[in-house]
Design a protein around this ligand. Structure first.
Ligand code: SIN
Length: 218
């Protein structure tokens, strides 16, 4: 069977778009999983997204399923400086990121993004998380005991806003004195604590920071 010239052209366009798309998304997609509509790549498959910070309580994107999930080998830590949400450039707040921790589990929420909305959602999330986060392809362990490949956003030492480890009381002190366009930094901590409680997730780091914040405020 011979392939028609139009089919070849479409395949070449798809490959070129797929190549540039993969360079920006950090996730491998095969040619069979994407379509071209109006010159844009549209994924045929859903995509799992893992949230462990504000993405737990603020899901401003479409999803078809949401469930408790964890990732392995990472811990949630208030090590990322926030200059665009919970602080300002000369007075950054602190928000959570992931740090590598052997055998550790980080619990959060997994969202199934429906095919066709994935590009738009990732585009919006790239903007929301632009203060130093990058996409990371990762295995998610769902509450259903399934393991699926998905994406999360994390910020490492390489980004300019990274602050790293500090005494709990110093982190709490910075938090109670910071605010930014998305509101008070303290609100981020207390919302995260509440959201984790609602999921019955124990996170000693988040609990210690929240307790220290309450103590300093009292
Ligand atoms: C996340 O929630 O998964 C990323 C960090 C944040 O936006 O708070």
């Amino acid at each position: 069977m011979t392939t028609k010239p139009a089919a070849w052209t479409s395949l070449v366009i798809k490959l070129v778009l797929l190549f540039s798309f993969q360079n920006t998304i950090n996730v491998s997609f095969s040619v069979e999983n994407v379509d071209i509509t109006d010159g844009k790549l549209i994924m045929r498959n859903d995509l799992w997204l893992f949230g462990y910070g504000s993405l737990i309580w603020k899901a401003d994107f479409p999803f078809v399923e949401r469930m408790k999930a964890y990732i392995l080998g990472w811990s949630r830590r208030f090590y990322q400086g926030s200059t665009d949400h919970r602080g300002v450039p000369n007075k950054p707040g602190r928000v959570v990121t992931l740090t590598k921790a052997l055998n550790s589990q980080c619990w959060g929420l997994a969202y199934k993004l429906p095919a066709g909305t994935v590009e738009q959602t990732l585009h919006s999330l790239d903007y929301r998380e632009r203060g130093g986060y990058q996409r990371l392809e990762i295995d998610l362990f769902l509450d259903t005991n399934e393991c699926v490949r998905g994406l999360t956003y994390f910020a490492d030492e390489a980004n300019a806003n990274f602050l790293g480890a500090e005494e709990t009381s110093n982190i709490a002190n910075q938090i109670i004195n910071s605010r930014g366009p998305s509101g008070d930094n303290i609100e981020y901590v207390l919302r995260l604590e509440k959201a984790l409680e609602a999921l019955s997730v124990q996170d000693t780091h988040v609990r210690d920071i929240a307790n220290a914040v309450r103590y300093l405020k009292s």
